[in-house]
Design a protein around this ligand. Structure first.
Ligand code: GUN
Ligand code: FE
Length: 432
């Protein structure tokens, strides 16, 4: 049957270096062999050793001077905002009103949704992103279109229909009842259909009534393995607005907590301005933060203190947050994450950054039994990287000695140009 081996340098994450120490947190094979059978990883290791136990006549594909990595995992992104990326001049609330809402209005047209979903998924593949947690729009058909395209490519995606029933333009509002019914129908149709998974998606506290947040909680109670995705503590004006809308709650996180929206499958984008008690509560409930560096800089939102939130036991993944973020590339996202930590006098080691973009993302999405690295038995989502993709990268890499230095240079200078090929469930879905 379909068994193929891939020969190149291989690097993958084995654990969080903050928890297990640097040496135990990754595996690197300078001349490695990755064996894929029926879409799953069947073997991995130094080529010499793996070749000795490889079934006879297994085809071997060799990538010269390339690096194989597990696919990148983007824990927060909005597919309908693809064509409004890089909208000028505003911070969050005006950016939403002036640019985002009108753009999302276009997704009332299913043909538009299908076209953008297809472009978006191809853009993820071009950037080596194999799994993402994705917002649709308020329109049920936007998510129908998304899952249809994602299922075609066999990509492991988590997505949901936005629930928003106030403080937006009329053409983007649902109701507590319709938001519930549409979400439920999408769960029944798509959750665990192939590799697709569903996330209940209240946009953020200001655009949902209490009745709607209660409905979101009801969906989570009815389906114990669906996800929740939303936004949290992104912008100072936003936080003040939430406090004025929900005066009876002790803070922003408490709004979500009150409606039972916290938990191990709940992913909160941004969370850059959390109070001490909110950090504690996030940790206690095993809730997740999606760290969105390019967005937090572009919208002038704030700087996530990564060591601080991790010290509370909070799982953290990386997100591009396109179109608030400015790039689909997880490499560029890592570069901005590094600079945000620098501004706070923290170091972000390249192996830790690799962890955040792969295995840490998988853990944040409770999918580390299936994806996140290239361990035997996992789904074969991987990419082939070219560290010599541009003249400057080539010159700088040729002047690098250690693996960590080369990886760091890839992360600071690399983007989609460094992605040569992307494989989904053992099948090549992109080639540069
Ligand atoms: N908060 C509520 N909606 C959005 C959105 O679309 N993008 C970002 N970055 N923050 C939000
Ligand atoms: Fe977002």
């Amino acid at each position: 049957t379909a068994i193929t081996a891939y020969r190149a340098a291989i690097l993958h994450s084995l654990g969080d270096p903050t928890q297990v120490g640097l040496e135990d947190s990754y595996a690197y094979y300078e001349d490695g062999l990755l064996v894929v059978s029926e879409g799953l990883i069947a073997d991995i290791g130094p080529a010499e050793q793996v070749l000795a136990r490889l079934p006879a006549a297994t085809p071997i594909i060799e990538f010269k001077d390339k690096l194989i990595s597990a696919g990148f995992i983007d824990t927060h992104i909005h597919y309908p905002q693809t064509e409004m990326i890089a909208s000028y001049g505003e911070q969050l609330l005006d950016w939403l009103n002036n640019y985002t809402f009108p753009e999302e209005g276009k997704f009332a047209d299913p043909a538009h949704a299908a076209r953008v979903a297809s472009f978006f998924l191809d853009e993820l593949l071009r950037n080596g992103t194999t799994t993402a947690m994705v917002f649709g729009t308020v329109h049920k058909a936007s998510v129908e279109a998304f899952f249809t395209e994602s299922d075609k490519r066999n990509m492991r995606m988590i997505a949901g229909k936005v629930m928003m029933d106030r403080n937006g333009p009329d053409y983007l509002l649902d109701t507590p009842e319709s938001g519930y019914a549409d979400s439920k129908a999408l769960i029944e149709r798509w959750h665990k259909q192939g590799r697709q998974l569903y996330a209940v998606t209240p946009r953020f506290a200001p655009t949902s009534t209490e009745a709607q947040l209660a409905m979101a909680g009801r969906l989570l109670a009815e389906y114990d393995d669906v996800y929740l995705q939303t936004h949290l503590s992104e912008n100072k004006q936003e936080i003040e607005w939430v406090k004025s809308l929900f005066p009876e709650r002790s803070g922003y996180l408490d709004v979500y907590d009150h409606f039972n929206l916290l938990g191990e499958r709940s992913v909160f984008a941004h969370a850059v301005h959390l109070e001490q008690e909110e950090c504690e509560r996030m940790g206690e409930t095993d809730s997740v933060i999606s760290f969105c560096p390019t967005s937090n800089l572009f919208l002038g939102s704030g700087l996530l203190d990564l060591p601080k939130v991790e010290s509370h036991g909070i799982r953290v993944g990386l997100g591009t947050d396109v179109g608030g973020g400015t790039s689909f590339s997880m490499l560029r996202t890592i570069a901005e994450a590094y600079k945000i930590q620098q501004l706070q006098e923290h170091k972000l080691h390249p192996i830790k950054a690799l962890y955040l973009a792969t295995l840490g993302g998988a853990r944040s999405l409770s999918l580390d039994d299936k994806i996140g690295n290239l361990s035997i038995g996992k789904e074969a989502d991987f990419l082939v990287l070219d560290l010599h993709a541009t003249p400057l990268m080539d010159a700088r890499i040729n002047n690098s000695q250690h693996l960590f230095e080369r990886l760091f240079v890839l992360m600071m200078l690399g983007d989609d140009r460094a992605v040569s090929e992307t494989y989904i469930y053992g099948k090549r879905q992109y080639q540069k």
